[in-house]
Design a binder for this molecule. Structure first.
Ligand code: F0G
Length: 462
């Protein structure tokens, strides 16, 4: 018998319920995106066929999670589901104290207010929009200490999320450790293209910051995806489970903010986790002001139960293999078609290099913004700009930040779409690529003060 060359992976689940989608015509989509000011955030979801805007809160929950929702204990104080969640956080992540929040940015707000004083410096491995804004609102200044490769969409470095230890050391020397309450390490790094951090790097960051009394705070939003890359690409971890790698990552940190809407497979929820008793006491007091009592933090009891179950499901090896396997499949189709994408392929989606896709547009003509609009118009696929619009303006000079990466993100929700959907996506992007030279830029006609990418409006340049 001849041996098969390769065996395919498939999802470790079957589909129990489906959601029907509205199909639209190109003419309808052209009007919809124009009415939305060429901003995919302002489209109505019912006008979208395949929604790749984000992997946040868009995953399909399991039957176990839905069953857990029925066990919601909607008590104002001391809900049973809080204790279930606390147990899951201790078991899978190892943190001592848990404060639930309505989502990740709720935790970022509390952490920033507790830890940051005016004039402080917060190094991080590339910024994330809400994280940096909360640091700034608390009086801090973010400094990027990610390795240079992260800013190069073609670099094949397997751990492009790594912290550059020389950059970090220079920041410590320049500002002094007293002004640096913590370094924020994100696993994986969203805006770099879902790029992972290696365990070796985490250990080195721990050693360097430990010498200076600087804490390490994790943005552990996509930690299980990061663990998968460590398992695949870091030799000593090849035989380790995702669950054990996840727990080891947390062990090199003092606390974490978490958006449960990604890895943890829920539609809403997040938390702040801390090991330090005093910081916890302050944070659990502050959460009452912004989110709710420290045993629910803006969540219903049922949401906490679903998140506890989702955390457990997220660290299963088979789940993660299928999750990243689907992202890799789409990336492979795009590469095959010659579409310029960020390499290596990251954890939560495919990032198209809009500068290379539309080299005739200047960055302040918003190439990624217009490309996202064109992809929507072609087949109803909704994606997101992650470039100059997302980067915002320098608060002091008022100028745009000009990020090196000008990307369109095709984010894959977990357990939602099929391989046939992936094929349709790749073909649609290919069709836009074929007529790329005819695509014109945009000008911004409305710009809100905060996180402008959510609500800015544009018009086509003639
Ligand atoms: N940190 C990272 C790395 C994120 O990707 C996000 C959210 C947050 C923090 C904030 O969490 O949304 O629950 O308040 N990212 C979403 C996205 C919005 O589409 O990438 P949140």
């Amino acid at each position: 018998m001849p041996q098969l060359e390769k065996r395919s992976w498939a999802e470790p689940f079957k589909i129990k319920m489906v959601e029907l989608l509205k199909m639209t015509t190109r003419q309808q989509r052209a009007k919809a995106i124009k009415d939305a000011g060429y901003n995919t955030f302002l489209l109505k979801s019912e006008d979208v066929y395949i929604d790749l805007l984000t992997d946040s809160g868009t995953s399909a929950m399991s039957d176990r999670q839905w069953a857990g929702m029925m066990r919601g204990d909607e008590a104002y104080a001391g809900s049973a589901n809080f204790y279930t969640l606390e147990k899951a956080v201790k078991k899978y992540y190892g943190y001592k104290h848990l404060i639930p929040t309505h989502q990740g940015r709720g935790a970022e707000n509390i952490l920033s207010q507790v830890m940051i004083k005016k004039g402080d410096i917060i190094p991080g491995n590339m910024y994330f929009t809400t994280t940096r804004l909360h640091q700034e609102l608390a009086g801090g200044t973010f400094v990027d200490v990610i390795i240079d490769e992260a800013h190069d969409p073609q670099s094949l470095h397997p751990f492009k999320g790594n912290v550059d230890l020389n950059k970090l050391e220079r920041v410590i020397k320049k500002y002094g450790a007293k002004r640096i309450p913590y370094i924020c390490v994100a696993v994986t790094v969203n805006l770099a293209g879902g790029q992972p951090v290696s365990m070796k790097n985490l250990k080195e960051v721990r050693a360097l910051t430990g010498k200076h009394g600087i804490k390490v705070m994790l943005d552990m939003t996509r930690i299980a995806e990061n663990a998968y890359f460590i398992q695949q690409h870091e030799k000593p971890y090849a035989k380790r489970t995702i669950a054990s790698i996840v727990k080891e990552i947390c062990s090199y940190t003092d606390g974490a903010t978490f958006s449960g809407k990604k890895d943890a497979l829920v539609n809403i929820g997040g938390f702040l986790a801390l090991n330090d008793d005093d910081a916890y006491a302050e944070a659990s007091n502050l959460v009452v002001v912004y989110e709710g009592l420290h045993t629910y933090g803006g969540l219903a009891g049922r949401d906490m139960e679903a998140m506890a179950i989702g955390i457990e499901e997220s660290v299963q090896d088979e789940h993660m293999k299928a999750r990243i396997g689907q992202v890799m499949y789409l990336g492979g189709q795009m590469q095959h078609a010659g579409i310029p994408i960020v390499q290596p392929i990251g954890g939560h989606g495919i990032f198209i290099d809009a500068k290379q896709f539309l080299p005739h547009l200047k960055q302040d003509q918003f190439p990624a913004q217009v490309l996202a609009a064109e992809i929507y118009e072609d087949a109803g696929i909704r994606t997101m700009e992650r470039g100059i619009v997302s980067a915002g303006r320098n608060a002091k000079t008022g100028d745009h930040y000009y990020p090196k990466l000008e990307l369109v993100r095709l984010t894959i929700p977990r357990r939602v779409y099929t391989q046939a959907h992936m094929d349709v996506i790749a073909e649609s992007v290919q069709s836009v690529y074929q007529r790329r030279n005819a695509i014109k830029g945009l000008s911004m006609i409305y710009e809100p003060q905060y996180l402008r990418f959510f609500q800015a409006r544009f018009k086509k340049l003639s």
